[in-house]
Design a protein around this ligand. Structure first.
Ligand SMILES: *Cc1c(COP(=O)(O)O)cnc(C)c1O
Length: 395
């Protein structure tokens, strides 16, 4: 994979300066192009654009300079040739499937992907004749067994949410390559600051920019990153189907990327410290965090990621009522399904993000009634701890 920016630059620098081409106004901060269309100099220029496919801005569903800057910066950070911005993370996944698969094709997907990803596969993609088999994220044999001659895509999310299981991306890539299918990795939880799936052999990365890329809970957005060759049909689908990123959101995400590396290091440091602390509390049965040596995916995460991220989950003594008492007793933590925010968030997965699953499915997925997910924000760690203590006092 060639980087759009010279390898001389470190990621911290690319995140701040990558992908932006100053306009003749010589603005220092990135310009926001709030325009739905662009003008041609004369009829001949317009005709050339439409007949010969001459490069240029025509309409913001096709191209927008602010969106392009976000795409180039993100591609450089992921080490991909090209990134294509989308209206949301779900639009990114939809675009990948709609543009690269056709009726009769088969997807193998890890079982504990984002809830809407499962709904999208089962309710929408299935209507177009693409079938899906779900397997355990870490069960390599399961992925292999699920292969059929029609399998064209592996889709996984690592670390998984809310149990933080870790997939071996290069092992999955080996299996996918042998079966001539594409490996798609949802890199939402780590972001390129902590993990670069393309370097480990993934073909495509999808993002919900809504989470850490923004990092401050303001906008919805997403992206698909990969080779120019693979991104061509994705871009073509987006341009005519329309779930593209708005210029305003792209501008917010550009600003988000500037602090991404800094934020991810801070999120990770606090999450590590809180995971160690939670582990010692008598009301806590177990803590899921890849930074803990007791975590099954610890060695793999250490190799594949540069840090362990800001999301952790833990189970408390008791059942649903204990978990609910815990969460309801906290005062500062935001009770919301979102994650990847400067504000710490807490949620009860079994009755919210994973509430649509049947009890049996939740059992298989390990989403127990006493499980709590925490997305560790950037508040002072002592204040997060004090809030969690209010919850622990209820157990
Ligand atoms: C939130 C999320 C998505 C969906 O992104 P939206 O921007 O909400 O559409 C996909 N994957 C993961 C892992 C997520 O957390």
């Amino acid at each position: 994979m060639t980087k759009l920016i010279s390898d001389d630059f470190h990621d911290d620098t690319i995140a701040i300066r990558g992908g932006y081409h100053r306009t003749p106004e010589k603005e220092h901060s990135e310009a926001l192009f709030l325009t739905s269309s662009y003008v041609f100099d004369n009829c001949q220029a317009a005709a050339q654009y439409f007949s010969n496919g001459v490069e240029g801005n025509v309409y913001s569903r096709y191209t927008n300079p602010t969106v392009r800057a976000f795409e180039e910066r993100l591609a450089a950070l992921e080490g991909g040739e090209k990134a294509v911005a989308t209206a949301s993370g779900m639009a990114a996944t939809l675009s990948v499937v709609m543009s690269l698969l056709r009726a009769g094709d088969h997807i193998v997907c890890s079982r504990d992907v984002f809830g809407s990803t499962i709904s999208l596969m089962d309710n929408t993609i299935a209507k177009f004749g693409v079938t899906v088999t779900y397997v355990g994220l870490t069960d390599l044999q399961g992925w292999e067994n699920a292969l059929t001659p029609q399998t064209k895509m592996f889709f996984c999310e690592t670390p998984s949410n809310p149990l933080l299981e870790i997939a071996d991306i290069s092992a999955l890539s080996g299996l996918a390559k042998a079966a001539k299918c594409l490996l798609v990795v949802d890199n939402c939880l780590c972001t390129p600051a902590l993990q670069k799936p393309l370097d480990w052999g993934a073909d495509i990365v999808v993002h919900s920019a809504t989470k850490y890329l923004d990092g401050q809970g303001r906008c919805l957005g997403g992206a698909v990153v990969g080779s120019k060759h693979l991104m061509e049909p994705v871009l073509a689908f987006l341009r005519c189907a329309g779930p593209t990123m708005s210029a305003f959101n792209a501008w917010v995400f550009l600003k988000g990327l500037e602090t991404l590396n800094l934020r991810m290091r801070a999120h990770s440091a606090s999450a590590m410290s809180l995971a160690l602390w939670l582990q010692k509390q008598s009301g806590v049965v177990s803590v899921n965090y890849p930074g803990l040596e007791s975590h099954l995916g610890h060695a793999l995460a250490r190799r594949q990621q540069s840090d362990f991220g800001g999301v952790l989950s833990f189970s408390v003594k008791g059942m649903r009522d204990a978990a609910w008492r815990f969460i309801d007793a906290t005062k500062m933590l935001s009770l919301t399904a979102n994650l990847g925010d400067a504000k710490s968030t807490i949620v009860h997965p079994a009755t919210t993000t994973h509430g649509r699953l049947h009890e049996k499915q939740r059992e298989v997925a390990g989403i127990t009634e006493n499980l709590i997910r925490l997305s560790v924000g950037l508040e002072h760690e002592a204040d997060i701890k004090r809030d969690l203590q209010l919850g622990l006092d209820q157990i």
